[in-house]
Unconditional design. Structure first.
Length: 537
């Protein structure tokens, strides 16, 4: 595919994802709303050294994302769209840098870089998280940037390569902390594995010493923030950012809350549709000699140690593996490209899974009507979502083209359209269940009237940014809520209820659905009239 054409296609697909993603939903509680609030607090206070949440130093994440949000607000004014555009820009940059990596690994096969970029941008989980206000797309970018720098340093022995590697380490540390070292160091230190047949010798002086210096350089970048932030934030904040968060997470990392095989079992869906493509499996089974190629060994040294490490770490979330998706895309592209033509039979598994998905979506509303424990919005899932998945399952058999590259392009386009439209449809029927803008605006109205507001449980900053609040609701418990009302007789409390049907709607000032529960804003008498409010922690 011509360079200009593939670039245009990537930009078009990215724009499609961003526009529909921004239009279809607001910030998801509690992670996205919390991160937006931390940045909002930074904006209000003008303190760019120490992020805060509820008036307390927020040590769980480094400040880069919060800085970028404030930078955009400084240019465009405070708005809802800029923060969610930031991870989208990192996602787009990751796709283009992945092309650079592919060009260095396979300089004589331009199809691989085209296919890898389309596989990456069209992978199911990548599609979903492109507009998610999370840290993982930033880490994905700094990971692939470091990989690119590492390859430049290997092939040219130039300063540029090590500079990129250093910036990747420093940027990753500022984005999400030491996880960037897990992403980059294994492949760098495993050079004897992927360089074993080369005449180029990588010894301590020309390889391992520059790696060490790059890590030190990256550490210097993050310490330029961390040292003054620690001094400014106090003793507890110093402990948390230099030791507490990293140490605590490492201590708890082998509790096996989810089984070791969890990521492996989820991969076909996370990388949908590519792991279900028959030509990938043919390449995997028939291309034994491929795995002896330095380029494929490099990708394995990048992917396998990180994937295994995350498999053994207890706190598994699907988005944690996004930084290794470029490695998956490169391997998939190579294996699929070796099959010059993708046949109709290669789509059977994708079709079966899509039909199963469509059937499930068609059945869910009827199932939900007889199971009161499920969220009520499930009953409202439109039939067209299930029909769309089934139509996709049939339509993909018309995709095979003369070349595998053209087929991959069309499969990427159709898969992005499917996943995005399914998201759009689900978000539409959930209504306010995952949208806390209504209650945020109500709390803002109370604040404007100088009415104190309390939160029953531990407040995670869900309403501050969306409501543009100047102050956070005060945390209260069931043990001290009556004393709080005595001290604030005109105050309101935000309370949650597991079963919305048990809420006395006549005794609420404001109520909205929230996931499978309900949120209510209550005065003292209304709160006393309710039964069994839940404490949110």
């Amino acid at each position: 595919m011509p360079i200009k054409k593939i670039h245009f296609l990537i930009l078009f697909l990215w724009a499609f994802l961003v526009i529909l993603g921004l239009a279809s939903r607001s910030y998801f509680p509690i992670d996205e709303t919390r991160y937006a609030t931390v940045a909002w607090n930074m904006w209000l206070s003008g303190d760019y050294l120490v992020p805060t949440l509820n008036g307390i130093a927020y040590s769980h994440k480094p400040p880069l994302l919060f800085w970028l949000m404030n930078l955009g607000w400084g240019v465009f004014g405070v708005n809802d769209w800029w923060p969610r555009l930031i991870p989208s820009l990192f996602a787009l940059a990751s796709v283009f840098v992945t092309r650079k990596v592919a060009a260095l690994l396979w300089p004589n096969d331009t199809a691989i870089k085209d296919n890898a970029s389309l596989i990456l941008i069209g992978s199911g989980l990548w599609v979903i998280y492109t507009t998610a206000l999370m840290f993982d797309m930033m880490i994905a970018f700094f990971t692939v940037l470091g990989i690119w720098g590492l390859l430049i340093a290997y092939k040219t022995q130039s300063f540029k390569g090590w500079l990129l590697f250093t910036l990747a380490v420093g940027g990753g540390l500022l984005a999400k902390g030491p996880t960037i070292l897990l992403q980059l160091l294994p492949v760098a230190l495993l050079a004897p594995f992927w360089n074993k047949d080369s005449t180029q010798k990588l010894d301590a002086k020309n390889w391992y010493l520059p790696i060490l210096l790059s890590v030190i350089g990256g550490a210097v970048i993050v310490l330029a923030w961390a040292i003054p932030a620690g001094i400014h934030g106090g003793t507890q904040y110093q402990h948390d950012i230099f030791w507490g968060q990293t140490a605590n997470r490492m201590v708890n990392s082998f509790a096996h809350e989810r089984p070791v095989w969890w990521y492996l079992a989820a991969l076909p869906l996370l990388l949908f549709p590519w792991l279900l493509l028959g030509s990938f499996w043919r390449g995997l089974l028939n291309g034994k000699s491929i795995w002896n190629q330095p380029s494929m060994r490099f990708c394995l040294a990048w992917l396998v140690p990180v994937f295994l490490a995350f498999s053994f770490i207890s706190g598994k979330q699907v988005h944690y593996v996004l930084p290794v998706f470029p490695a998956f895309a490169l391997i998939l592209a190579k294996l699929i490209c070796d099959n010059k033509v993708i046949a109709k039979r290669d789509f059977i598994a994708i079709s079966v899974i899509s039909i199963a998905l469509g059937t499930t979506l068609l059945y869910l509303p009827f199932y939900a009507k007889t199971h009161a424990n499920l969220a009520t919005w499930i009953q409202q899932i439109p039939l067209w979502l299930g029909i769309l998945a089934i139509v996709y399952a049939i339509a993909i058999f018309f995709l095979p083209k003369k070349s595998s590259s053209d087929t991959i392009a069309w499969l990427s386009i159709s898969s992005i359209a499917l996943v995005t439209l399914l998201m759009l449809g689900i978000m539409h029927v959930t209504g306010d269940a995952y949208d806390v803008r209504p209650i945020s605006k109500h709390v803002k109205t109370l604040e404007a009237q100088n009415i104190p507001v309390a939160y029953l449980g531990r407040y995670a900053g869900m309403y501050n940014f969306l409501g543009r609040l100047q102050h956070s609701p005060e945390n209260v418990t069931t043990a001290n809520i009556n004393a709080w009302f005595d001290a604030h007789p005109h105050g309101r409390v935000i309370a949650f209820f597991d079963d919305i049907s048990l809420v006395d709607k006549n005794q609420t000032e404001f109520m909205q659905a929230y996931k499978g529960m309900a949120i209510a804003v209550l005065n003292q008498s209304q709160f006393a009239a309710q039964k069994n409010p839940d404490v949110q922690n």
